[in-house]
Design a protein around this ligand. Structure first.
Ligand code: ADP
Length: 727
């Protein structure tokens, strides 16, 4: 090879080597760069890790200090807690679920007088053993084993009830134990000696106070009784003095003495009753009585004042409830009189309804009788209603102030009812009315249900006409219970529209638009001869009305059931007569008017003529006497001579003057205290026919009734035993 070639070849080789070198260098620097990058990344990571390690380290430090602090706190808290537990004067201990003591405070241990055995680890049973063996606890007569058993039984309960134990030194400890869900028990021993003593003192004081109160009531009862005796003397003598021919002024003084005395007697009677009950001296006197009749009698007593106010008195006595019971009729009447009297007193319009219901238990021979008295009166404010059964409590407000009373009536009634083992209640709405009720258990007087007379044949549909819905409802129910169909009408007009297919008509007397008598007349003018019964709260008015001749009978409202049923029976023959005109109404009673201003004398007079079957009206003075004369057309008048407002002589003159227009001459008997010579002349001159001197005597009064009874009128003593009449 030529040199040139060799040189060329060498140059080529060098060039190739140089290129290779360049290549390698490039690769190397690339690798270097990569390495550099990697190193940088590693470096970063190292820095990061280092930072992390540093944080963990500080965190660790913090946790460590916090843990230390917490530990310290726990120790402080525990120390404090234990310190507190130690300082409380009540005993405190923990037990584990195996009933072993874990810890107890000083007070707990002190009870055991630091007996060695009582320390942490001791079992509860050992504690009980020590308590009895060492005489620490006073088991109050219970044998030790029994006491321990009782305490252990209690301890084993899931949640033991607190128990009070008495210690040897007359201290009382109340044990309160609480079991945790894990079974541990926290036991507290509270020293309640103070409050036990206090309670004992209170109890003693209470017993003492009760005894004192009973003594006070007994004293009051005695006093009231003692006051009553001379008061009766005062009232009685004032009454006699009133009849000794006094001047008008003197008469007024005497009447005032008497009326005040009587008012005082009422109050004293209330106080006497109340104190007797309080002193537990009131005894019930049980005897058979007729409850329905008692209520009717009270209604009759209240009827005049109810009528004066235009109030309707209603009685709804459960048809299937017996009426005769064994109880204390006097006391039951007292409660009824009080509740019904209040209802009338506090009601100015509307009605007073007495409802008697009950479920008799014939086998057991008794019944729970519920009597409810409902009125439409002033009602009782809500905030007062809880107090009215208390003593001397009256609702104090404008509307109530007009009524008098002692405020003892309800208190006495409530106590009487509870003495009879019953209960009493009230609900009321101001301005709407009140409902007073009581329930008493009563022994049945006869172990059978009331029997009702059979309904006469042909009596199927009865019409009831009354503007007062309650009245209609009561009658309707009673009649329906007898199996009769009832057509109920609220007015005469309504009745006239429904006259078809009616066997008997029961109509109210007083109704707006058309009254019962007008209705009867209208029915007859239409040629309908259905028998008509008139129910009237003032039968004597009705009797004297020309419309009375259309009536089958007149009955006093509210009608006792027995009377109503008896009437239904009497209707039988009329219906049986099939359209024949009804017989004339039965003879009416003799209407007697007594003018007498003195309530006691009215009472005496009423008592004297009690056995006479008459329709008696009282006038309180001459003016009333003249008014009543026009209203009731009496068959006989007893006229007191000295009366306030208008005396008996003047009243008689006016009556005689009225008779000049109307005709007729009613016999008038003067009642006079002026039994002096010549007096009779003035009396007879005034138009009086006869005179009787006071004090009145029964035979003289009866003699007058007997002699003066006009023909065609039922004789006052027709049903009476002979000899009782005109004596
Ligand atoms: P008194 O009637 O002698 O005041 P009571 O003890 O009988 O005493 O009644 C207490 C009070 O209860 C009455 O004064 C009256 O305020 C209220 N009260 C009782 N009954 C009724 C009633 N039917 N309607 C409204 N208030 C009544």
């Amino acid at each position: 090879m030529s040199l040139a070639n060799k040189l060329a070849e060498e140059r080529r080789g060098r060039l190739a080597a140089e290129r290779l070198l360049e290549l390698k260098e490039a690769e190397l620097s690339a690798a270097n760069r990569k390495l550099g990058k990697h190193a940088a990344a590693l470096q970063g990571e190292i820095v990061e890790t280092r930072a992390e390690v540093a944080t963990v380290k500080t965190e660790n430090e913090r946790v460590k200090t916090e843990l230390g602090q917490a530990n310290q706190k726990v120790q402080i808290a525990e120390r404090r807690l234990w310190h507190s537990v130690q300082t409380i004067t009540d005993g405190f201990a923990f037990f584990n679920s195996d009933n072993q003591m874990i810890a107890a405070n000083e007070s707990y241990l002190a009870i055991f007088d630091r007996i060695d055995a009582i320390r942490p680890g001791v079992n509860y049973m050992t504690i009980l053993q020590v308590l009895t063996d060492e005489g620490i606890v006073d088991t109050e007569g219970m044998p030790d084993t029994e006491w321990r058993q009782m305490m252990l039984d209690r301890w084993m309960q899931p949640q033991p009830d607190p128990v009070t134990v008495r210690l040897w030194n007359d201290q009382y400890v109340k044990l309160v134990d609480r079991r945790s869900p894990a079974g541990d028990i926290v036991s507290l021993g509270l020293n309640i000696t103070e409050s036990v003593r206090y309670q004992q003192e209170l109890k003693a004081a209470r017993t003492e106070a009760e005894a004192a109160s009973r003594a006070k009531s007994a004293f009051l009862a005695n006093m009231s009784h003692e006051i009553r005796t001379p008061m009766n003397g005062v009232v009685g003598m004032a009454e006699l003095l009133g009849d000794t021919g006094l001047s008008e002024e003197q008469q007024l003084y005497v009447d005032t003495i008497k009326n005040s005395g009587e008012a005082l007697l009422v109050i004293i009677n209330d106080v006497l009753d109340y104190s007797k009950i309080e002193a537990q001296k009131l005894q019930l006197h049980l005897e058979p009585f007729d409850l329905e009749r008692s209520i009717h009698e009270i209604i009759m007593l209240l009827q005049p004042s109810a009528r004066d106010k235009g109030l309707t008195l209603l009685l709804d006595y459960d048809l299937f409830l017996p009426t005769t019971y064994v109880g204390d009729p006097g006391r039951i009447r007292q409660v009824l009189t009080n509740l019904m009297g209040n209802a009338v007193k506090f009601t100015s319009e509307g009605h007073v309804l007495v409802r008697v219901t009950g479920v008799p238990d014939l086998d057991a021979g008794h019944a729970e009788v519920t009597i409810v008295i409902e009125d439409t009166g002033i009602g009782i404010p809500e905030d007062k209603i809880d107090h009215i059964f208390g003593e001397f409590n009256q609702v104090e407000n404008e509307r109530n102030r007009q009524f008098d009373g002692t405020g003892l009536g309800l208190a006495i009634s409530a106590r009487l009812v509870s003495l009879m083992e019953g209960e009493v209640w009230v609900s009321s709405e101001e301005g709407i009315g009140s409902v007073f009720g009581f329930r008493i258990p009563l022994k049945l007087s006869e172990a059978k249900l009331p029997e009702h007379p059979p309904v006469p044949d042909g009596l199927r549909r009865v019409m009831v006409v009354d503007d007062i819905e309650a009245n209609r409802t009561i009658l309707q129910r009673q009649l329906e219970q007898l199996g009769l169909g009832v057509v109920s009408c609220a007015s005469g007009a309504e009745a006239l529209e429904q006259l078809r297919d009616i066997d008997l008509i029961l109509t109210d007397h007083n109704m707006p638009d058309m009254d019962g008598l007008e209705l009867a007349e209208t029915i007859r003018t239409r040629g309908v001869e259905t028998p008509i019964l008139l129910l009237s709260s003032n039968p004597s008015f009705a009797t004297n009305d020309p419309g009375a001749k259309y009536l089958h009978a007149i009955m006093q409202k509210p009608v006792p059931r027995a009377d109503l049923f008896a009437r239904l029976e009497s209707v039988g023959p009329v219906i049986g007569a099939n359209g024949a005109p009804p017989p004339a109404p039965e003879k009416r009673r003799m209407v007697v008017l007594a003018a007498e201003d003195n309530k006691t004398n009215q009472l005496v007079f009423g008592k004297m003529v009690k056995s006479a079957d008459i329709d008696l009206h009282f006038a309180n003075n001459g003016i009333e006497a003249v008014d009543l004369f026009q209203q009731v057309s009496p068959d006989l008048i007893f006229m007191d001579i000295s009366m306030p407002k208008m005396d008996g002589k003047e009243a008689t003159q006016r009556i005689r003057a009225l008779e000049e227009d109307t005709g007729g001459h009613v016999p008038i008997v003067a009642l006079t205290a002026h039994a002096m010579d010549g007096d009779d002349k003035g009396i007879l001159e005034a138009g009086l026919d006869h005179y009787l001197t006071k004090p009145l005597r029964k035979p003289e009064i009866h003699g007058m009734l007997h002699d003066m009874c006009p023909d065609g009128v039922k004789h006052p003593f027709e049903d009476a035993v002979p000899n009782e009449g005109a004596a």
